[in-house]
Design a protein around this ligand. Sequence first.
Ligand SMILES: [Zn+2]
Ligand SMILES: [Zn+2]
Length: 467
Amino acid sequence: MTKHSRLSRRGLLKKGAVVGAAAVAVAGAKAPAHGEAPADAQAPAVVTNRLFKAWISRGTGRNRTTLQDVRLRPPTGRQVVVRTEATNLCYSNSALVLGLQDPPPATGAGPAGNALAAGTTNMALIQGHGGVGIVEAVGPEVRRVQIGDRVCVSGTPQCGSCYHCLRGRADVCQLLGRNLPTDFVPIAEMRDGTPVYANSHIGGLAELMVTFEEWVVPIVSKAPAVDLGMVLGCVSVAGLGATTSGTLAQVLPGSSVAVVGCGPLGLSAVQGARIAGASTIIAIDPVKARRDVASKVGATHVLDPNAESNVIEKVRSLTAGPTSRAWSGGRDAGGRRIGAGADLVVEAAGVELATPRVERGPDPTGILPVQQAYEMASSGGDVITTGLIRGTITLPAFLFAIGGVSHHGGQAGGANPMRDIPRFVEMLHSGRYDTKAMVTRTVPLADMLGAYEEVIYRQVVTTIMTA
Ligand SMILES: [Zn+2]
Ligand SMILES: [Zn+2]
């Protein structure tokens, strides 16, 4: 037993920050080819005095995010330094980046607080949800990746040894919750010595992402960075995870899928449903431009929830199948509910962080779309929720108790990063996942802030930042 093996997970995360760089090699050392590295560890490569540009969010109000030159701290332990190639400007981060919302206090922060960077107001934090890039340096304990590897810095970690990972639920890996201010370690310093931290141990809105090896997935691909940044963004992984990972529910060929909310997550779920072979794919979104993209990437029907007098009944009628006759393969619920309902419903609407400058949905809290999603599902069907919503959900008790609908509140759509992310790359390589229809805008690092304005007001589908 080494001293390290007795440390808690939280201790291991913190250790990366406090252990000195005892063994320092020259940065840029030739990377061994795949398969040449020893099985246990590799020589550390530490970049010293490296300056890089990073968007730092700190304080409150509209000007809380500024572009700064910061100095990289030497990576230690299981830290990995990744040169950012591309990252998606995730909607869930937008209010914190733009200062339209301040981080909540740390006290009482539960899982929702984690997602909102509770208690980080006065920390110099690089926001962002991971991305795609090239490994520049690794700490001495890193085994998963090597210098020069192209990697996805995943929004979801996979340690591979916690209870959740071991039972096939890496989407809720124990490390996911290690996301409070006390868990963070400094990765860089500002000019005045202020320590800089990375949101969720990943960051993204910077030239470098400094993370831990549990958050990186090696990808072997020569695809353009923007395409990889799209298909491997947190939202796309969740949409494809919900429909193709099989962790939470199965999409069988010929089945029916409804997707409520068609931002990049919902549109990725539409694509995943198509890739999985669903025959009826119903995309529901108030924004016409998003419904148009849904039609391009695989939806067989698109619905405007503001225009439909009863969107639940509409979905149930579209999924009724060729017959409702008894003894002949009828699909309805025996008359209690009209029509059949979708075999799988993916909720991807989420909460409204600012009033959109395009068509608004029926409920800014995101609660109504969840209720509707539940009632759109077939008896015996599944509902996967993915949106970040607030409030309390009310459902018809009879339906909830014995209606036969199974709800899955997974994270990242149940995607298992090390297993599924390489598959998503293959979906890109084979042309099955369409990035072109999804990326509405590409911007360089310097233009991030203005581009995020368009994201929060829902004037784009996806914006990819390149660094
Ligand atoms: Zn995200
Ligand atoms: Zn784990």
